[in-house]
Design a protein around this ligand. Structure first.
Ligand code: SAH
Length: 245
């Protein structure tokens, strides 16, 4: 499962980063990406990793979530909380049944949020799916390393089960004739779409309301491939040409 990247956003406690590294290594994951961690590298992270310090040594550190996922074709975000604009929801087992069988050239990012306030809505809206660990409702937030453990355990179980698991679950259109679009291609599509909607005065930049998140959800739900993204970019270029912008 070298193609699965665990992304931790703005982690506060270095001990948690160490705990995550250990949880990953136990389940055979190795790609750890830290988005603007508060304190890293750190002794405390190494000590909590106990034996998984190699994962910390290899970890990449980047400045933004968009950077962490730019080369990924599938992105899922983990969150304990329901959102005002709900995102397509799956549990860890459903996620693992789709992710574990993917070929190595499909890079998958699994996002984890801040200890105090999780992922922002904007960060969750970068994702194809919202993965929720069905904890008890009155106390649903797990420690981040525990959450990584649950997710990576399910990935490991699905990988061990092989094709049996794959054939039981929908594949979200990932077993497709055309390669899935990279995340940076999708981001550029949304920038272009927003720009065009402003040009044609469908979107009022001073009062955007929830138009972009709603369009984003529609498109992300489809898990768009490279050709689909290119066709939509072509449509937008044609619209801009007609309107002379
Ligand atoms: N208080 C935060 C929760 C932070 S827990 C909030 O209100 O969102 C730190 C991270 O662990 C979360 O951002 C998420 O990535 C993961 N996590 C914790 N509990 C989870 C759950 N029940 N389902 C999915 N992810 C969870």
């Amino acid at each position: 499962m070298a193609n699965v990247r665990i992304v931790l956003v703005n982690t506060t406690h270095p001990g948690n980063i160490g705990g995550v590294a250990r949880a990953m290594k136990n389940m055979g994951l190795s790609d750890l990406c830290l988005v603007a961690p508060k304190l890293f590298p750190s002794e405390e992270a190494v000590s909590r990793a106990s034996g998984a310090a190699d994962i910390l040594d290899q970890a990449s550190v980047v400045g933004s979530v968009v950077e962490a996922i730019a080369d990924c074709q599938l992105v899922v975000g983990t969150s304990a909380r329901e959102r005002h604009i709900p995102w397509p929801l799956v549990d860890p087992r459903e996620m693992a049944a789709v992710v574990a069988p993917l070929p190595d050239d499909v890079t998958v990012a699994v996002l984890f949020g801040r200890e105090d306030r999780g992922l922002t809505n904007e960060e969750l809206q970068l994702c194809h799916k919202h993965v929720h660990i069905p904890a008890i409702e009155s106390f649903s937030s797990l420690n981040i390393a525990a959450a990584v453990q649950v997710i990576s355990y399910e990935l490991r179980m699905a990988a061990l089960a092989g094709d049996e698991v794959k054939n039981q679950r929908p594949q979200w259109g990932t077993d497709w004739d055309i390669d899935l679009a990279d995340h940076d291609e999708i981001e550029r599509l949304f920038v272009h779409l927003e720009e065009t909607l402003v040009d044609i005065e469908f979107l009022d930049p001073d009062n955007p309301r929830q138009l972009m998140p709603r369009l984003r959800r529609l498109l992300m739900r489809a898990v768009p491939d490279k050709v689909e993204v290119n066709v939509l970019r072509g449509v937008l270029r044609a619209v801009q040409k007609k309107t002379g912008r």
